[in-house]
Design a protein around this ligand. Structure first.
Ligand SMILES: Nc1ncnc2c1ncn2[C@@H]1O[C@H](COP(=O)(O)OP(=O)(O)OP(=O)(O)O)[C@@H](O)[C@H]1O
Length: 495
């Protein structure tokens, strides 16, 4: 039956005037009803509605309490939903994933997705609160992101127990699978960050070094790999003995023996991030602690050339005359290099094993140095630097690894000559590698091996000449009847 036009008009008029009256009354209430009374009214309306609603809501915020670190639960939920939401959500965000060749999807803001667990249905919403207050005028608005989980109250026990446990566990696993490993650095002159910015800047970590490609004696290599793997699998052990889950490595040896290469190999073996800490750019101990708090677990914190970073020299034997002057000069240079940094030895010791160092867990702290004897014994004692690894000159076994890497050679008639020369002269793996590198497309393996033999022979001649000069100095000093100290002999020989 067709509706009479006048009835329709009447209906619209009635509805219009009802809405207008309602808005008028609401405007009057807003104007004359005190703010406290309104808030009271809203609060109780909300409580009454919640009381009758059969649904429970749980919020998981990105930053909690201290605001220094993203909440682990939030990060895990984000990862969990990145996989589960990509099947159902209509609005997704895409980010570059592991190895820069796949995109990782996650649900966009205000998007809602449904999940099912043991026949119970739950809903997740990604949301945020934008606060108008800013800590400083030039800082952006603060956005507080959170996920809200909604479910029926009859599943309360199962969802707050088994389901959330399942979400966090799976989320963490997804995070490890998808994460691009990163190389972080604390850049010098970095401005003091707001609470959301981090003190570290990073790039994707793509160093190809592995223990397989490292020139190292096989036994030593095996021992280091076993030590690292045991550490990474010892979460329960560390918890049981009441120790923070971290381990210190001191890598020492002459330049070019593979200290940096080994750090990359460690990171690749354990799938850890690397934090390359430039100590000279750290203003003071407080800043050092903040940097530490911002590091994540499954990471290696590296301080390279620790002897040059700070004036951390230990107690030295009393030296006289020139040696003392040299020491002073060296300390001055170190101070100049470390700029305005006020990080102290005790600050650094605190960094390694103070209370804050326990946050995060599953971390390696690696120091490298060319001069282990210069370091304060307190800094490198066992318990702080648990494992001391000496990286030294290249032996024949190491050479064979490099020959396989660079020339794809496992054996060659020239190997014997190289073996013989390597027993007589010291050469670093970096120098061996440099000689084995083809210099032009026409260079074949044999030419590279000859280049190495030539370098070894030159080094041998140099060593012989130095030894002859030293011998001459000794003879001269004996003829002259003078007593010459070890330092004085070395000086004269180098002259
Ligand atoms: N043990 C090694 N195995 C394989 N390659 C090596 C090794 N040692 C050095 N190299 C090669 O030499 C180069 C320099 O090595 P690396 O930077 O690791 O030495 P380092 O000991 O850290 O030196 P420095 O003390 O000067 O920082 C590397 O790029 C690598 O190619």
């Amino acid at each position: 039956m067709e509706m009479v036009p006048s009835t329709m008009t009447e209906m619209w008029t009635t509805m219009g005037s009802t809405i207008a009256s309602f808005m008028f009354i609401w405007a009057i209430i807003r104007q004359y009803c005190p703010y406290e009374l309104r808030r009271y009214f809203e609060k109780y309306t909300h409580t009454i509605m919640t009381y009758f609603s059969p649904y429970i809501k749980i919020s998981i915020h990105e930053f909690t309490g201290d605001r220094l670190k993203r909440s682990e639960a939030y990060v895990a939920v984000e990862a969990y939903l990145s996989v589960n939401s990509s099947k159902t959500a209509k609005r997704l965000k895409a980010e570059m994933g592991k190895d820069s060749n796949n995109l990782v999807l996650s649900m966009d803001e205000y998007e809602k997705v449904t999940d099912e667990f043991r026949a119970a249905k739950v809903w997740w919403v990604a949301s945020k609160v934008v606060s108008a207050t800013r800590p400083m005028a030039y800082y952006p608005e603060q956005e507080k992101r959170y996920y809200r989980l909604t479910f029926h109250k009859r599943y309360r026990e199962m969802i707050t127990g088994a389901y959330l446990e399942h979400v966090v566990k799976e989320g963490k696993e997804i995070k490890v699978r998808n994460r691009q490993r990163k190389l972080y650095t604390n850049s010098p002159g970095y401005k003091w960050p707001s609470y959301k910015q981090t003190m570290w800047s990073h790039i994707v970590f793509e160093h190809p070094a592995t223990f397989g490609t490292m020139a190292l004696e096989p036994d030593k290599k095996k021992e280091i790999i076993e030590d690292l793997v045991t550490f990474s699998e010892s979460k329960e052990f560390y918890a049981r003995i009441g120790k923070a889950w971290k381990r210190g490595y001191l890598l020492y040896g002459p330049p070019g023996t593979g200290k940096s290469t080994m750090i990359a190999a460690m990171a690749n073996l354990l799938n850890y991030d690397v934090y390359d800490l430039e100590l000279t750019a750290v203003k003071d101990n407080t800043e050092l602690r903040k940097l530490l708090i911002e590091t994540t677990s499954k990471s290696i914190i590296v301080i390279e050339d620790i002897d040059c970073s700070l004036d951390l020299t230990g107690q030295r034997k009393k030296k006289g005359g020139k040696a003392m002057a040299d020491d002073e000069k060296e300390r001055k240079e170190v101070k100049e290099e470390s700029g305005n940094s006020k990080v102290t030895l005790s600050g650094l010791l605190n960094f390694i094993d103070g209370l804050w160092s326990a946050c995060g867990g599953e971390r390696l702290i690696v120091f490298t140095t060319n001069y282990v004897e210069k370091l304060d014994p307190a800094l490198i004692r066992r318990g702080r630097m648990d494992k001391h690894i000496e990286l030294s000159y290249c032996g024949f076994e190491g050479f064979k690894v490099l020959a396989k890497n660079y020339l794809n050679l496992e054996t060659h008639p020239l190997f014997d000559a190289i073996d013989g020369l390597m027993k007589e002269v010291k050469i670093t793996p970096a120098d061996v590698a440099e000689n084995l590198m083809p210099k032009s497309p026409l260079d074949d393996a044999e030419k590279c091996l000859w280049s190495l033999i030539q370098a070894l022979e030159e080094a041998k001649e140099e060593a012989e000449a130095e030894a002859a000069a030293a011998k001459k100095v000794v003879e001269q000093s004996q003829d002259g009847g003078g007593v010459c100290s070890e330092n004085c002999l070395a000086e004269k020989a180098s002259e």
